[in-house]
Ligand binder design. Structure first.
Ligand code: R5P
Length: 301
């Protein structure tokens, strides 16, 4: 392939695995931070006429990683590549996909405009919070379902009911269940919009008694959604709770909350790097590199 692959600093291990899966190594790039935290980027490869991939997860700290992506794209663009393809294993700001209260910004749309403004021609991303944000982009976007990596493991479980942690997640759970003979239940979750991360009420719709309840979500941040859901599911008679989420955008304390919770198993992918000190026995991390590499391969064929 006449391509180059660069990575930002958010998940270099995954980027290296993706590049290796495509038979390449990562392109050389210098990313430095000045004392006041400003970032400067310089690509150290000849990009002219090439298809250039830039891999960067917009994970915590999201603004830092977003800025690196934008500067990387700009430095590549100046070398006159054939195409720039941004690969976002995790698309931050995707949860701010609508205006809930008058006066709020539409952040997911702002991020789409920023990415386009630096000359990105195409985008590949994994497990968006809401597919509707694809409409914020004018450039083509390939959207991959990350949950597919969990399917064989779920098929090995018995007496399963898949549970959506909120009504917004219904479509994701339905597509996960395609061609699987597994029933679906729903948790109705209401958020307290005046207090970020606070849930005001939750209730279960559907039968979970004596079943392995498999909660299917896009992302874990504080762990609040899962843990509250798990308490409720156990209260309603679930014998085991397994939580699946494509992205693990953990913040300080998420590991402890999950470890001490009634969730029996937590399965995530490595679209976001979970630091070693946040690993615990209930957490299993599934690889996502081949899924992403295969979408990239199709794009340059
Ligand atoms: C919410 O709508 C999302 O799909 C996730 O359920 C939520 O963002 C997870 O966040 P936390 O782990 O902080 O509850």
């Amino acid at each position: 392939m006449d391509t180059l692959i660069f990575s930002g600093n958010s998940n270099p291990v995954l980027a290296k695995q993706i590049a290796e899966g495509l038979g390449q190594s990562l392109g050389k790039v210098e990313i430095i931070r000045f004392a006041d935290s400003e970032c400067r980027v310089r690509v150290e490869e000849e990009v002219e006429g090439k298809d250039v991939f830039i891999i960067q997860s917009l994970s915590n700290p999201v603004d830092e990683h977003l800025m690196e992506l934008l500067l990387l794209a700009d430095s590549v663009k100046r070398g006159e590549p054939r195409k720039i393809i941004a690969v976002l294993p995790y698309h931050g700001y995707a949860r701010q996909d609508r205006i809930h209260r008058p006066g709020e910004c539409l952040s997911a749309q702002v991020v789409a405009k920023l990415i386009e403004s630096v000359g990105v021609d195409k985008l590949i991303t994994v497990e968006l919070h809401n597919e509707a944000i694809l409409g914020f982009f004018k450039i083509p976007v390939v959207h991959i379902s990350g949950l597919s990596v969990f399917r064989p493991a779920v098929e090995d479980l018995s007496d399963v009911v898949v549970v959506t942690p909120d009504a917004g997640a219904l479509k994701r759970a339905q597509s996960f269940l395609e061609n699987l003979d597994i029933p679906l239940a729903l948790i109705e979750k209401k958020r307290d919009l005046d207090h970020p991360h606070k849930i005001s009420s939750m209730k279960v719709v559907g039968d979970v008694k004596d079943k392995t309840a498999v909660i299917v979500d896009d992302v874990i941040v504080t762990g609040g959604t899962l843990v509250n859901g798990a308490y409720l599911l156990k209260e309603k008679g679930a014998k085991q709770v397994v939580a699946l989420a494509t992205h693990a955008d953990f913040v300080g304390g998420t590991d402890k909350i999950l470890k001490d919770s009634p969730v029996d198993k937590i399965w995530v992918t490595d679209t976001i790097a979970v630091p070693n000190e946040m690993h615990f026995s209930k957490l299993q991390i599934f690889p996502s590199a081949s899924l992403i590499a295969s979408a990239m391969r199709k794009m340059v064929r």
